[in-house]
Design a binder for this molecule. Structure first.
Ligand SMILES: NC(=O)c1ccc[n+]([C@@H]2O[C@H](COP(=O)([O-])OP(=O)(O)OC[C@H]3O[C@@H](n4cnc5c(N)ncnc54)[C@H](OP(=O)(O)O)[C@@H]3O)[C@@H](O)[C@H]2O)c1
Length: 358
């Protein structure tokens, strides 16, 4: 039943930021599912409340399976712990604590003080993975960073002349759109904008509660005002992150409708870039290149998840750029290890997803 609660929470994917995904199942004391719910930010009502309302009196003496610790504080809604107690729930089964330090553990405590049995930890890994963005946001006080790159099997993201459209198939690119849907922001470097003139939009057509923020790292604001990202800024939120050398161009960019953040030391310091995004309540960011920006994030140890699409082709050539730039390590022992690697064919392309080893 915990699995069912986790599955229900998926209804909110892409639609809960800056809150977590939460699902809930209420089972009556004779073992029947009597209520279900999932959280969606714009609907305000929490998963537990949907499930309890559906269950009505049949919740009394029953068990609530919730994918995340019920909250015990007054936020946008009254505490869910109060509602569970009032409904006469006797047992709460929940895989994980809420990572928000202001909330963590307090929900469980309150339920236990009211005499409710709390069973913790079942499918904890699955539940934590589902809310990896929310956990990172609270524990590290920065957005979750997902680096996505499309390359040939020999790791090149463009030819020696910079031709990069398209390395991977339409299916892989469609999958990439789905990834964008799940993020608050998409981030690229100034040279990707110059080379590809990308739209950087979410074209899934699915409903979003927050517009995807387009972030361009551009120290001196040298991006062409006629580029797509600048000219479409009135319709799609856009943030240029610059250094002091960009100040003289900031007004022109702002005039297009884009925002400009001039940060200490400039955007080469990706940790400060993430601080800036954190202050803007951006809980997650998908970094889509190019290699220089990818290298900056990798070398700073600020990538939480990788997705690589490998196309069945070889580009080759010393001058064709590789997916991850930067200095690179001298010794293999300094290479970044990957864990929990998964593989999937997306059309003809191989998708590899992995996390950096601790
Ligand atoms: N296949 C793929 O998945 C994919 C995806 C994206 C791009 N590409 C290809 O990659 C190429 C462009 O990549 P690129 O590596 O040359 O450029 P890039 O990473 O897009 O942009 C690099 C520029 O961004 C600015 N920048 C600001 N902050 C930075 C930071 N923290 N780290 C690094 N750069 C920062 C720098 O210019 P300032 O110093 O002026 O700020 C730098 O020159 C193009 O050919 C494009 O087609 C391929």
């Amino acid at each position: 039943m915990t699995r069912r609660a986790i599955d229900l929470a998926e209804a909110g994917r892409g639609r809960v930021s800056p809150s977590p995904l939460v699902g809930c199942v209420v089972v009556s004391n004779d073992g029947e599912i009597v209520g279900e719910g999932a959280y969606i930010f714009s609907e305000v009502t929490h998963a537990e409340i949907y499930a309890l309302n559906e269950a009505g009196e049949r919740a009394r003496g029953g068990t609530a399976y919730v994918s995340l610790e019920p909250h015990a504080h007054h936020g946008r809604t009254p505490p869910c712990t109060e509602a569970l107690i009032k409904a006469g729930i006797k047992r709460v089964v929940c895989p994980m604590e809420d990572p928000n330090p202001l909330v963590s553990g307090k929900g469980f405590q309150e339920l236990e003080s009211a005499g409710i049995e709390v069973v913790r930890g079942i499918l904890k890994d699955v539940a934590e993975k589902q809310n990896e963005k929310f956990i990172c946001w609270h524990r590290n006080r920065r957005p979750f960073v997902h680096l996505k790159s499309a390359m040939s099997v020999d790791g090149r993201v463009a030819t020696k002349t910079g031709d990069s459209k398209w390395i991977t198939s339409a299916s892989a690119r469609q999958y990439g759109q789905q990834l964008r849907y799940e993020y608050d922001a998409i981030l690229v470097g100034a040279d990707t904008v110059r080379a590809d003139d990308p739209a950087l939009t979410d074209r899934t057509g699915k409903p979003r509660d927050r517009d995807l923020l387009r972030v361009v790292l551009d120290s001196s604001l040298r991006t062409d005002p006629g580029s797509r990202v600048v000219s479409t800024a009135p319709e799609h939120p856009t943030l240029f992150v610059a250094g002091s050398e960009g100040e003289s161009k900031a007004e022109e960019i702002r005039g297009s409708g884009a925002e400009v953040a001039v940060i200490q030391g400039g955007p080469r310091n990706v940790s400060v870039v993430l601080d800036e995004l954190y202050t803007r309540q951006i809980t997650s960011v998908i970094v889509e290149g190019g290699p220089s920006v990818a290298g900056s994030f990798v070398e700073s140890g600020l990538v939480d998840k990788f997705t690589f699409f490998l196309a069945p082709k070889i580009i080759g050539g010393e001058a064709a750029p590789a997916a991850i730039g930067g200095e690179g390590p001298s010794a293999l022992t300094e290479a970044i290890g990957l864990r929990d690697m998964t593989f999937e064919l997306v059309g003809p392309d191989l998708m590899i997803t992995a996390y950096p080893s601790e």
